[in-house]
Unconditional design. Structure first.
Length: 144
């Protein structure tokens, strides 16, 4: 049996995932991190992006809008602002949000408006990328 770790992904709406995993990948503040069981302790902010949880042949994808990741040797906890299973992302809504954010950036009148639009754009792009990564994975495994 492969060595595993406990992974918990929690958002303000509630727990979205709790289970054993052999690997986890997330978008930390300084770039993507890969976590294996018995990883050294680590605490970091998360950027909007995809979290991949790998257990055997199974791979779950989640969109995280940001938050914190805490790594202990046998437990990984993600406290997310928003967490959605990648398969549950509404592509039309994400694309519309991206367009609205781009328009808001073009029409911004202050640094605050620009910053807000940049955050909204980053979140929309991350959602679209999460969905794209999930589709690519499904196509490679012949499950699409």
């Amino acid at each position: 049996m492969a060595v595993s770790m406990q992974v918990d992904i929690v958002s303000a709406e509630g727990e979205i995932f709790s289970g054993k995993a052999e690997m986890l990948f997330a978008q930390a503040a300084d770039g993507e991190v890969g976590i294996l069981p018995h990883h050294t302790q680590f605490l970091s902010q998360l950027k909007p992006g995809t979290v991949r949880v790998v257990s055997g042949d199974e791979e779950d994808h989640f969109y995280i809008s940001g938050g914190i990741i805490e790594i202990q040797p046998s437990v990984v906890t993600i406290l997310a602002d928003t967490a959605i299973r990648a398969g549950d992302i509404d592509e039309a809504k994400a694309t519309a949000a991206k367009q609205r954010a781009e328009e808001a950036m073009d029409n911004a009148k202050s640094d605050t408006d620009i910053a807000k639009a940049q955050v909204e754009l980053a979140e929309a792009v991350a959602q679209i990328q999460s969905l794209t990564k999930l589709r690519d994975r499904l196509n490679k495994t012949g499950m699409a």
